[in-house]
Ligand binder design. Sequence first.
Ligand SMILES: *Cc1c(COP(=O)(O)O)cnc(C)c1O
Length: 215
Amino acid sequence: MLDEIRSKIAPFNARLVAVSKTQPVENIRKLYDAGQRVFGENRVQELVEKQAQMPADIDWHLIGHLQKNKVRQIAPFVKMIHSVDSLKLLQTIDNEAVRLSRVIDCLLQFHIAEEESKFGFSETEAIEMLQSPDFFLLKNIQICGVMGMATFTENTAQVRQEFRELHRIFENLKTRFFSEKPYFKEISMGMSGDFEIALEEGATFVRIGSLLFSN
Ligand SMILES: *Cc1c(COP(=O)(O)O)cnc(C)c1O
């Protein structure tokens, strides 16, 4: 599937995060051998175990909900955290990054879906945080953009509307807070079932798991 997915992504200015959660390292290795270097995991434990077994030139992205007490385990190597959903979490990431003398790239996760259970900021909450004095004190994190998950539904018009909303939030934050920060450029949206819509709506990262590993 990798080649087919790649050819669908190619016309867009986007990159593939191969979501390898639940996959054994042999399967990850196959994609690695085919040139894939960006992998996403949603659990810290699994991420740490796989990172230790796989080549060092992989970019590991954490895409799932992150608890503050687990930040330390991934801070030394994680390339990007897509799932930042509170100032407190950001402060914890920053503390670890300072301790390690590295800068950690983060995305702000937004709640764009209808479903109750998904994590993420509202636009208002994010703006409040970005204006707060505490946010200005953060030194070793870099907010590179936004992430979101659409509602799990057959209704493609709704999915498209939710992706469009995330893109609008991205543009609003860029204008208001990041106009002089060229690294604020990422929109992480789209999974196996909806990545083509996400690409059309401006995704720069698509996070694909089940489809990619389905032969
Ligand atoms: C599992 C997961 C994906 C990939 O989902 P698929 O439907 O398997 O492509 C993307 N993003 C997040 C946050 C996930 O947890």
